[in-house]
Design a protein around this ligand. Sequence first.
Ligand code: F6R
Length: 253
Amino acid sequence: MLVTIKDDYESMSEQAAQIVAEQIRRKPDSVIGFATGSTPLGLYNELIRMHRETGLDFSKITTFNLDEYVGLPPEHDQGYHYFMWENLFKHINVDPRHVYIPDGMADDIDYFCEWYEEQMAEVRGLDLQILGIGANGHIAFNEPGSSLGSRTRIKTLTSKTVKDNARFFDDPEEVPKYAITMGIGTIMDARKLVLVASSEGKADAIQATLEGPITAMVPATIVQMHQQAHVVLDTEAASKLEYEHHEGIVERK
Ligand code: F6R
Protein backbone atom coordinates (compact mmCIF):
# COMPACT_ATOMS: atom_id res chain seq x y z
CA MET A 1 0.00 0.00 0.00
CA LEU A 2 1.29 3.45 -0.84
CA VAL A 3 0.44 6.22 1.61
CA THR A 4 1.02 9.85 0.73
CA ILE A 5 0.52 12.53 3.34
CA LYS A 6 0.16 16.11 2.17
CA ASP A 7 0.09 19.28 4.25
CA ASP A 8 -3.48 20.29 3.54
CA TYR A 9 -6.68 19.53 1.67
CA GLU A 10 -5.60 21.42 -1.47
CA SER A 11 -2.32 19.55 -1.92
CA MET A 12 -4.04 16.25 -1.08
CA SER A 13 -6.59 16.98 -3.81
CA GLU A 14 -3.87 17.94 -6.31
CA GLN A 15 -1.91 14.76 -5.59
CA ALA A 16 -5.00 12.57 -6.06
CA ALA A 17 -5.91 14.42 -9.27
CA GLN A 18 -2.39 13.80 -10.59
CA ILE A 19 -2.87 10.06 -10.12
CA VAL A 20 -6.19 10.13 -12.00
CA ALA A 21 -4.73 12.33 -14.76
CA GLU A 22 -1.71 10.03 -15.19
CA GLN A 23 -4.06 7.07 -15.57
CA ILE A 24 -6.07 8.88 -18.27
CA ARG A 25 -2.95 10.08 -20.12
CA ARG A 26 -1.48 6.57 -20.07
CA LYS A 27 -4.75 4.97 -21.16
CA PRO A 28 -7.17 7.50 -22.70
CA ASP A 29 -10.04 4.98 -22.69
CA SER A 30 -9.63 4.21 -18.98
CA VAL A 31 -12.60 3.03 -16.96
CA ILE A 32 -12.75 5.20 -13.84
CA GLY A 33 -14.90 4.72 -10.75
CA PHE A 34 -16.07 7.93 -9.11
CA ALA A 35 -17.22 8.70 -5.57
CA THR A 36 -19.44 11.45 -4.23
CA GLY A 37 -19.20 13.21 -0.85
CA SER A 38 -17.32 16.33 0.15
CA THR A 39 -13.77 14.92 0.14
CA PRO A 40 -13.31 14.37 -3.63
CA LEU A 41 -14.64 17.84 -4.52
CA GLY A 42 -11.15 19.35 -4.49
CA LEU A 43 -9.89 16.49 -6.65
CA TYR A 44 -12.75 17.07 -9.11
CA ASN A 45 -12.03 20.83 -9.20
CA GLU A 46 -8.42 20.04 -10.01
CA LEU A 47 -9.46 17.68 -12.83
CA ILE A 48 -11.68 20.44 -14.23
CA ARG A 49 -8.74 22.86 -14.06
CA MET A 50 -6.48 20.35 -15.83
CA HIS A 51 -9.10 19.88 -18.52
CA ARG A 52 -9.40 23.64 -19.10
CA GLU A 53 -5.76 24.59 -18.77
CA THR A 54 -3.85 21.55 -19.98
CA GLY A 55 -6.43 19.93 -22.24
CA LEU A 56 -6.72 16.75 -20.17
CA ASP A 57 -9.02 14.71 -22.40
CA PHE A 58 -11.90 12.74 -20.88
CA SER A 59 -13.65 12.01 -24.17
CA LYS A 60 -12.76 8.32 -24.25
CA ILE A 61 -13.14 7.41 -20.59
CA THR A 62 -16.00 5.35 -19.19
CA THR A 63 -17.22 6.14 -15.69
CA PHE A 64 -19.00 4.09 -13.02
CA ASN A 65 -20.22 5.68 -9.81
CA LEU A 66 -20.11 3.85 -6.52
CA ASP A 67 -23.62 4.45 -5.31
CA GLU A 68 -26.99 6.23 -5.48
CA TYR A 69 -30.04 6.63 -3.26
CA VAL A 70 -33.12 4.61 -4.07
CA GLY A 71 -36.20 6.65 -4.96
CA LEU A 72 -34.53 9.89 -6.04
CA PRO A 73 -34.95 10.90 -9.68
CA PRO A 74 -31.73 11.91 -11.53
CA GLU A 75 -32.59 15.62 -11.33
CA HIS A 76 -33.01 15.60 -7.52
CA ASP A 77 -30.42 17.90 -5.99
CA GLN A 78 -29.62 15.42 -3.19
CA GLY A 79 -29.00 12.57 -5.62
CA TYR A 80 -25.63 11.47 -6.86
CA HIS A 81 -26.52 11.88 -10.56
CA TYR A 82 -27.01 15.56 -9.87
CA PHE A 83 -23.87 15.70 -7.74
CA MET A 84 -21.65 14.18 -10.44
CA TRP A 85 -22.99 16.31 -13.28
CA GLU A 86 -22.87 19.55 -11.26
CA ASN A 87 -19.47 18.99 -9.71
CA LEU A 88 -17.57 17.28 -12.51
CA PHE A 89 -19.15 15.83 -15.62
CA LYS A 90 -20.73 18.98 -17.05
CA HIS A 91 -17.36 20.78 -16.78
CA ILE A 92 -15.29 18.20 -18.68
CA ASN A 93 -15.65 16.51 -22.07
CA VAL A 94 -16.91 13.15 -20.81
CA ASP A 95 -19.22 11.34 -23.26
CA PRO A 96 -22.64 11.05 -21.53
CA ARG A 97 -23.12 7.65 -23.22
CA HIS A 98 -20.15 6.38 -21.21
CA VAL A 99 -21.39 7.56 -17.82
CA TYR A 100 -22.85 4.91 -15.51
CA ILE A 101 -24.46 5.87 -12.20
CA PRO A 102 -26.73 3.43 -10.34
CA ASP A 103 -30.38 4.02 -11.19
CA GLY A 104 -32.23 4.63 -7.93
CA MET A 105 -35.52 4.68 -9.86
CA ALA A 106 -35.10 1.20 -11.39
CA ASP A 107 -38.28 -0.90 -11.23
CA ASP A 108 -36.37 -4.07 -10.53
CA ILE A 109 -33.40 -3.13 -8.36
CA ASP A 110 -31.91 -6.63 -8.15
CA TYR A 111 -31.98 -6.93 -11.92
CA PHE A 112 -30.44 -3.47 -12.23
CA CYS A 113 -27.59 -4.38 -9.85
CA GLU A 114 -26.77 -7.48 -11.91
CA TRP A 115 -26.86 -5.37 -15.08
CA TYR A 116 -24.52 -2.79 -13.52
CA GLU A 117 -21.98 -5.51 -12.70
CA GLU A 118 -22.30 -6.84 -16.26
CA GLN A 119 -21.60 -3.40 -17.72
CA MET A 120 -18.40 -3.22 -15.69
CA ALA A 121 -17.40 -6.69 -16.87
CA GLU A 122 -18.16 -5.76 -20.48
CA VAL A 123 -15.53 -3.00 -20.41
CA ARG A 124 -13.10 -5.42 -18.73
CA GLY A 125 -13.42 -3.89 -15.27
CA LEU A 126 -12.37 -0.64 -13.66
CA ASP A 127 -8.83 0.64 -14.17
CA LEU A 128 -9.03 3.00 -11.20
CA GLN A 129 -11.57 3.53 -8.43
CA ILE A 130 -11.67 6.76 -6.39
CA LEU A 131 -12.81 6.21 -2.81
CA GLY A 132 -13.71 8.35 0.19
CA ILE A 133 -14.11 6.89 3.66
CA GLY A 134 -16.74 7.38 6.35
CA ALA A 135 -15.77 8.20 9.94
CA ASN A 136 -16.89 4.65 10.79
CA GLY A 137 -14.72 3.16 8.02
CA HIS A 138 -17.46 2.67 5.44
CA ILE A 139 -16.66 2.71 1.75
CA ALA A 140 -19.45 3.55 -0.70
CA PHE A 141 -22.60 2.50 1.25
CA ASN A 142 -20.89 -0.58 2.67
CA GLU A 143 -21.40 0.12 6.35
CA PRO A 144 -19.70 -1.85 9.17
CA GLY A 145 -20.71 -5.50 8.96
CA SER A 146 -21.02 -5.56 5.15
CA SER A 147 -19.66 -8.68 3.54
CA LEU A 148 -16.10 -8.16 2.37
CA GLY A 149 -16.99 -10.13 -0.77
CA SER A 150 -20.21 -8.25 -1.55
CA ARG A 151 -21.25 -7.14 -5.06
CA THR A 152 -23.51 -4.32 -6.27
CA ARG A 153 -26.78 -4.52 -4.33
CA ILE A 154 -29.44 -2.62 -2.43
CA LYS A 155 -28.59 -1.70 1.16
CA THR A 156 -30.73 -0.30 3.97
CA LEU A 157 -29.24 2.97 5.19
CA THR A 158 -28.33 3.16 8.87
CA SER A 159 -30.72 5.15 11.04
CA LYS A 160 -27.88 7.64 11.60
CA THR A 161 -27.46 8.24 7.85
CA VAL A 162 -31.23 8.66 7.42
CA LYS A 163 -31.27 11.11 10.35
CA ASP A 164 -28.22 13.03 9.07
CA ASN A 165 -29.77 13.35 5.60
CA ALA A 166 -33.16 14.53 6.88
CA ARG A 167 -32.00 18.16 7.01
CA PHE A 168 -31.65 18.20 3.21
CA PHE A 169 -35.30 17.28 2.60
CA ASP A 170 -38.46 19.33 3.17
CA ASP A 171 -40.63 16.23 3.48
CA PRO A 172 -39.39 13.55 5.93
CA GLU A 173 -41.14 10.94 3.75
CA GLU A 174 -38.75 11.82 0.93
CA VAL A 175 -35.58 10.98 2.88
CA PRO A 176 -34.11 7.87 1.24
CA LYS A 177 -34.00 4.71 3.33
CA TYR A 178 -32.18 2.56 0.81
CA ALA A 179 -29.28 2.93 -1.57
CA ILE A 180 -27.74 0.96 -4.41
CA THR A 181 -24.04 0.49 -3.82
CA MET A 182 -21.14 -1.31 -5.40
CA GLY A 183 -20.08 -4.07 -3.05
CA ILE A 184 -16.71 -4.40 -1.37
CA GLY A 185 -15.85 -7.24 -3.76
CA THR A 186 -16.80 -5.01 -6.70
CA ILE A 187 -14.53 -2.23 -5.43
CA MET A 188 -11.65 -4.67 -4.84
CA ASP A 189 -11.84 -5.80 -8.48
CA ALA A 190 -10.69 -2.36 -9.66
CA ARG A 191 -7.07 -2.54 -10.80
CA LYS A 192 -6.10 0.51 -8.78
CA LEU A 193 -7.67 2.21 -5.76
CA VAL A 194 -7.14 5.83 -4.79
CA LEU A 195 -8.57 6.56 -1.35
CA VAL A 196 -8.72 10.18 -0.24
CA ALA A 197 -9.31 11.35 3.33
CA SER A 198 -9.04 14.75 4.93
CA SER A 199 -9.60 16.26 8.39
CA GLU A 200 -9.35 15.01 11.94
CA GLY A 201 -12.80 13.44 11.80
CA LYS A 202 -11.31 10.72 9.60
CA ALA A 203 -8.16 10.11 11.68
CA ASP A 204 -9.50 7.11 13.66
CA ALA A 205 -10.93 5.47 10.53
CA ILE A 206 -7.63 5.98 8.69
CA GLN A 207 -5.58 4.58 11.57
CA ALA A 208 -7.81 1.49 11.67
CA THR A 209 -7.76 1.17 7.88
CA LEU A 210 -3.98 1.32 7.50
CA GLU A 211 -2.76 -0.19 10.75
CA GLY A 212 -5.60 -2.23 12.22
CA PRO A 213 -6.71 -5.79 11.53
CA ILE A 214 -8.85 -6.47 8.46
CA THR A 215 -12.44 -6.65 9.58
CA ALA A 216 -15.90 -6.25 8.11
CA MET A 217 -16.58 -3.93 11.05
CA VAL A 218 -14.26 -1.39 9.37
CA PRO A 219 -14.96 -2.11 5.69
CA ALA A 220 -12.12 0.11 4.40
CA THR A 221 -9.54 -2.20 6.05
CA ILE A 222 -9.99 -4.49 3.04
CA VAL A 223 -7.78 -2.12 1.01
CA GLN A 224 -4.86 -3.78 2.81
CA MET A 225 -5.53 -6.77 0.54
CA HIS A 226 -5.37 -4.72 -2.66
CA GLN A 227 -2.22 -4.90 -4.77
CA GLN A 228 -2.38 -1.29 -5.94
CA ALA A 229 -3.98 0.88 -3.31
CA HIS A 230 -2.80 4.48 -2.97
CA VAL A 231 -4.08 6.32 0.09
CA VAL A 232 -3.77 10.11 -0.12
CA LEU A 233 -4.25 11.99 3.16
CA ASP A 234 -3.85 15.40 4.66
CA THR A 235 -1.89 15.69 7.92
CA GLU A 236 -5.05 15.81 10.03
CA ALA A 237 -6.46 12.59 8.62
CA ALA A 238 -3.00 11.02 9.13
CA SER A 239 -2.61 12.38 12.66
CA LYS A 240 -3.37 9.10 14.46
CA LEU A 241 -1.12 6.85 12.38
CA GLU A 242 1.44 5.18 14.60
CA TYR A 243 4.08 4.17 12.04
CA GLU A 244 6.94 6.48 11.11
CA HIS A 245 6.59 8.50 7.94
CA HIS A 246 9.43 9.60 5.70
CA GLU A 247 9.12 12.86 3.79
CA GLY A 248 5.40 12.39 3.69
CA ILE A 249 5.55 9.12 1.82
CA VAL A 250 5.36 5.67 3.35
CA GLU A 251 5.42 2.54 1.31
CA ARG A 252 4.09 -0.60 2.87
CA LYS A 253 4.39 -3.85 1.04
C1 F6R B 1 -20.07 8.33 -1.66
C2 F6R B 1 -19.30 7.38 -0.86
C3 F6R B 1 -19.18 7.55 0.63
C4 F6R B 1 -18.26 8.71 1.00
C5 F6R B 1 -18.04 8.79 2.50
C6 F6R B 1 -17.22 10.01 2.89
O1 F6R B 1 -20.08 7.96 -3.03
O2 F6R B 1 -18.79 6.47 -1.40
O3 F6R B 1 -18.70 6.38 1.18
O4 F6R B 1 -17.03 8.54 0.35
O5 F6R B 1 -19.26 8.84 3.16
O6 F6R B 1 -17.93 11.16 2.62
P1 F6R B 1 -17.28 12.60 2.77
O7 F6R B 1 -16.23 12.71 1.72
O8 F6R B 1 -18.42 13.55 2.51
O9 F6R B 1 -16.73 12.67 4.14
